[in-house]
Design a protein around this ligand. Structure first.
Ligand SMILES: C[S@@+](CC[C@H](N)C(=O)[O-])C[C@H]1O[C@@H](n2cnc3c(N)ncnc32)[C@H](O)[C@@H]1O
Length: 539
């Protein structure tokens, strides 16, 4: 291990980094993608690259396309030694980081280029191609990219790398593609990037690129509750690859948790398997991994038995959701009020009973204003509500995106109450469910902090005929494991998990069919899909 006390330039770099970081708030640094790589991690990464590249990196031509103060360069110097580094280039957009890096490293031969890497790489003065790229690119999310900039980047990634990048991808995806296009054939790269692309649709093109166009050697994912960069709100993965075509039957080492040197779990995955995998975070499939999928895509899933949708986005919960008693006191008409669940944070129970009006028997009892009467009618028939609506303009409610698109602006999306709900986000590790399932026996609907599960097909028919089975359905939902939920959902830095309707729909419903084999008969049209299942159950 290379200790900082034996490395005075690195100690100086850390001091400069601390001063520069202190000048910006965490929010600003998030927007600008400015979270430095801890030097110990950079050193581990470089040592790993050195060990897999061996003699193929006898001479190093180093590049970091987003160099900051140069954590990776410092690590490369420490691990490879200055003799072996024949050239080195760093690109940096921020003038203060650029000046600091120049001050720190110019003497060692690092060529510092000030500017936007994605423009420099496209221009005629692009620096000589490196054979080693080490990068922790800006994690700027797509909504912070201007539309024109995004279009420019998409066209460039297509021209340079032949990849059509989805508009939802963050800046780091473009960095990786453009820098790899720049790198020498046979060169090595290590990228520290958000792991989100491994699971979501917009990551598909990058996954294909990593599987087909380079030889991916290692993917190490950090445990989400071990946030590498303190306050950066993402969980990260280190990808190490070589810019060559992968050999036949190539396997990629997927590791999870712990450190690069001592991961908690490890597995070698055949590239062919990877190409067919929707989610890459399920590898290594090991008890230590926090994410596993339960459904192999062949058996019945929750999506076969439930129509799953997000609860409603009101446009302003503050304005449209009121305490029921408050609404009654204000004499708002009952026909314009619907029971609605409070935020999951305030929901202390998972079984919600109803009072005689269908309101949940919980505190607080809330109602949603949802009305389709024209304003003129309201003014004469329900002046109290009309007057309340008159306060919306001054509060800026009517300019909101959702509200401005509705007609009348106070009419909500329509939802039937669902007997089962699942919270949309939450925490939890190991077998603990990160989301809570709720049995809703009231007429309340949920906001978009919930997913609403409406039974359909054979399950709906069964519950109609045997309403008493609802308790068992609820119990089976409670048996979905934390691993399954996290395996289908997505995870953010700090261990916050979220799950979308389509992701919950992919969870295996094998337990439902084992309990009630007759549920399969309603799905005969999907006979082939369930062929295997029926065989196993002897149904
Ligand atoms: C996540 S930091 C990493 C810095 C350094 N490589 C490290 O590992 O500590 C990303 C750096 O990229 C810089 N940056 C952001 N956008 C850039 C761009 N378009 N071109 C070059 N650098 C950029 C930021 O100022 C920041 O210093």
């Amino acid at each position: 291990m290379i200790a900082q006390r034996d490395n005075p330039p690195e100690a100086r770099r850390q001091a400069v980094q601390a001063v520069l970081d202190a000048r910006r708030s965490a929010g600003e640094r998030n927007r600008l993608g400015q979270f430095a790589t801890p030097n110990a991690l950079a050193i581990e990464i470089v040592q790993y690259v050195k060990s897999v590249a061996g003699r193929r990196l006898r001479e190093v031509r180093f590049a970091d396309p987003a160099i900051g103060t140069g954590s990776f360069y410092s690590a490369a110097l420490a691990v490879f030694g200055q003799q072996r580094i024949k050239s080195a280039v760093g690109v940096e957009l921020d003038p203060s980081f650029c000046a600091a890096a120049r001050d720190l490293w110019a003497e060692t031969g690092l060529d510092l280029v000030h500017g936007d890497f994605t423009r420099i790489i496209a221009g005629s003065r692009r620096p000589v191609a490196p054979n080693l790229i080490l990068a922790n690119p800006p994690y700027v999310r797509h909504h912070h990219l201007e539309r024109q900039d995004k279009e420019r980047l998409q066209a460039l990634a297509y021209r340079m790398a032949g990849v059509k990048v989805n508009g939802l991808a963050g800046l780091y995806v473009y960095f990786l593609l453009l820098a790899t296009a720049w790198m020498e054939d046979g060169g090595y790269a290590a990228w520290l990037i958000p792991s989100e692309f491994m699971d979501v649709n917009y990551g598909a093109a990058l996954k294909r690129y990593l599987a087909d166009r380079v030889t991916l050697i290692r993917a190490h994912r950090f445990a989400p509750d071990d946030v590498q960069f303190g306050d950066a709100l993402v969980s990260s993965v280190v990808l190490v690859f070589c810019k060559t075509q992968p050999p036949p039957r190539h396997t990629v080492e997927f590791t999870f948790g712990g450190t690069i040197r001592r991961p908690h779990a490890s597995d070698f995955i055949l590239l062919d398997k990877l190409r067919e995998s929707r989610k890459w975070t399920v590898y290594p499939s090991h008890a230590a991994n926090d994410r596993r999928t339960s459904s192999d895509g062949n058996g019945p899933t929750l999506g076969h038995f439930f129509r799953i949708q997000r609860g409603i986005a009101t446009g302003s919960n503050k304005f449209f959701v009121l305490d029921r008693r408050d609404a009654e006191r204000r004499r708002f008409p009952k026909r314009c009020l619907r029971p609605i669940l409070p935020s999951p944070r305030l929901l202390k129970t998972t079984v919600i009973e109803a009072d005689e009006d269908g309101y949940p028997l919980i505190e607080p009892q809330l109602c949603l204003i949802d009305c389709d009467l024209p304003e003129e009618v309201l003014q004469t028939r329900h002046p109290a509500l009309w007057e309340y609506f008159q306060t919306a303009a001054a509060l800026g409610i009517k300019q909101g995106y959702l509200v401005s698109k509705r007609s009348p602006w106070y009419r909500q999306e329509q939802r039937d109450p669902a007997p089962f709900l699942c919270t949309y986000m939450g925490r939890g590790s190991g077998p603990k469910q990160p989301f809570r399932f709720i049995w809703n026996r009231s007429q309340a609907i949920g906001t978009n902090l919930y997913l609403m599960l409406h039974p359909k097909n054979a399950l709906a028919r069964m519950l109609r005929d045997h309403p008493d089975h609802a308790a068992e359905v609820f119990a089976l939902l409670g048996r979905v494991t934390g691993h399954e939920l996290r395996g289908e959902g997505r995870v953010y830095g700090g261990g916050l998990n979220k799950i979308e309707p389509s992701e919950l729909a992919r969870i295996s419903a094998a337990a439902f069919v084992e309990r009630w084999p007759e549920l399969l008969s309603g799905l005969q049209q999907q006979g082939e899909l369930f062929g295997k299942m029926s065989g196993r159950l002897g149904a």
